[in-house]
Each structure stands twice: as C-alpha cells, then as structure tokens.
Design a protein around this ligand. Sequence first.
Ligand SMILES: Nc1ncnc2c1ncn2[C@@H]1O[C@H](COP(=O)(O)OP(=O)(O)OP(=O)(O)O)[C@@H](O)[C@H]1O
Ligand SMILES: [Mg+2]
Length: 324
Amino acid sequence: MVCNSSDNSSSTSTTKINGDGGLSEYQLGKCISTTELSQVYMATNRKGKELVVKKISTLRVSADLIRNEIYAGKKLRHPHIVKMVDHFTEGLYTYIVLEYIKGTDLLQYMIDRQWKPLKEKEAKSIFKQLLSSLIYSHKQGIIHHDIKLENVLLSKNRKKVKLIDFGLCEPVHDCSKLSQRWCGSFDYVSPEILAKTPYSGCKADVFSLGVILYSLLFSQLPFDFNERVNEVVHRKRSHPSLKIPEIDDDTGLPFDVSSNAKDLVKKMLEIDPKKRISLEDITRHSWMKSSYSIFPTFTSSFPSSTTTSTTSSAIAVGCGSSCK
Ligand SMILES: Nc1ncnc2c1ncn2[C@@H]1O[C@H](COP(=O)(O)OP(=O)(O)OP(=O)(O)O)[C@@H](O)[C@H]1O
Ligand SMILES: [Mg+2]
C-alpha cells in the first residue's frame, strides 16, 4: 500500500479552512489507505474532531456506485455500522466524511496475532455484532456485497466492531430480488456469484459473513484462491466443497472449535444458496442461542433458508460496467 503523508493533489480542493463548506470544512491529514479508486485520509473538522475522509475518483468509479455508497451512508444508523457525517463533490472527486474508528481492521488484527485462531468467545462477540449490522442493513434494503475482514474495523480495546465500506452496496426492495452484479472479492464471494448466475444478494452476504467466521475460528480462508479464480476464468461449474480442518498446521494442535460453531460455519458456507442458512435462522442457531438478546427488536422480513426465490488479497470478481 502506497500512501502520501498528506494530499494536495485535487485540482479544485484545498485543505485550508476557509469557511466555504465542502472540503474547506476539513483539515486533511495522513493518508491511511489508497487504491486506484479512492484514498482514505485522517481529517479534523473545525471543532478539531477526528474524522476520516474517503476521496473517490469520479472518473474511475461509476456514478451509480458512488450514489449507492452515499445512499447507504445517509440511511444506515446502527451501533455496528460506520456513520457517515458529510459528503460532497468537488472537482473530479466525491468526498465521504465518516466517523473515525480508532483501532484496526480485522485482517490486520489477524496478521498482528500471526493468524492465531480466536477463542470461540471472542469470535462469537465479533460475529454477533456483524450479524446484527447485516440484519439491520438488509432490513433497510441494503445488500453490502463486500463483506470481508478488511471491511470490518475493530476498536482499540477489541470489544467493538463496525462494518465499513458500502462502496459496492446495492439497494433492493426485498431479499427475493435476484441480483446480477458480479462483484466482490474472490476469497469471499459466494459460488453463485463466481458461476455468474442471478442470485439473492442477502444469501450472498451470508456466505461472505461465513467466510469471516471461518477465518476467525480456523485462521485461514475456507477456499483456495486460485481454484476460485479458475472457476471464473475457465467457467468450471463445480465449486470445491468445504473442508473443516481438524488440526492447526502452525501448531500441530487440534482446533478448539465446538461442533455447534462448525455446524453454523457449514450452513453459512453451503454452496447451494437455496439451502444456505438465512440471517434470521442464524439467530436461532444453537451457537447463537445464549446470545439471542442482542436482537430484541428483530422481526422477520427474510425468506427462510428453504424459500429463497429463484477488493489486500481481495480482488474484484470480473465486474460488469456497474462496478468499480
Ligand atoms: N471510518 C474509518 N475509520 C478508520 N479507518 C477507516 C475508516 N474507513 C476506512 N478506514 C480505513 O481505510 C481502509 C479503506 O477504506 P474503505 O474500505 O472504505 O475503502 P476502499 O477504497 O473501498 O477499500 P477497498 O477497495 O480495499 O475495499 C479501511 O480498510 C480502513 O483501514
Ligand atoms: Mg474496503
């Protein structure tokens, strides 16, 4: 990752505080992330509050995607979803201003602990928070489409997580609507996206969340990256089946993962989206039972698991024109 320590590259923007609104309201600082599509900067507002500013190239990212990210930012208010506080377009860039989450993303967290698997209790705490954010987001009619370790921020005390990056999100009326956006990150996307068949975005998000749970518990990704790439390139129709490892290759010790946790992982990573567990059914799964109280206001608006209608190491899957 290459970052400049500060940004002065935008043709019309200035980091000076001059009271004109827009970018002039913010003092940009260190760049904390950069891709060819966007950069994320530390920033402060006029009151000195720390924020981050995501600067998106309007030449490189489609207007649809930018509109959707802003739509999600305006609509979603949830304790485990990053809060958007402002947005504006200046010159060739759209700027999205977000609350600053001090901490690290989950991928960096796993790297820092040398991919030592999380204890089930810690994995469950993270998972519960993400599950509640996703249930809420889907209830608000927003499919995330890019659930991955890099897009989950963990607070400094490691107790709280927040879902970020709605840059590939899709507004939908309900979960039975089939999506045809072939986007996501190879390690995380569902088999139906790799196979390029119309799919339920809700079930695809469940699969990606399952990849996160698997990687927290087993400190590895569930499917081979190259095999998945081949699947798209050579249009192979059969997806490799899931293997639940017994032994941690790094330590030679058996993984300390309960059968309930393994069962939930298998149900989330079910290849057939019609048989894959729904978010609602996850809340009723035995592994979740002891913690059901985090969903006090949840009421069903999801199809059950049997009634569904017919970008690190992350790389976007052969995106269509509507994708960044
Ligand atoms: N609100 C925030 N607080 C702290 N750090 C953040 C915040 N938003 C983003 N970041 C950091 O910037 C990185 C990139 O942000 P984001 O995922 O939104 O952008 P992106 O350009 O779409 O990235 P990618 O293409 O990898 O998905 C995050 O992984 C995180 O490290
Ligand atoms: Mg991201």
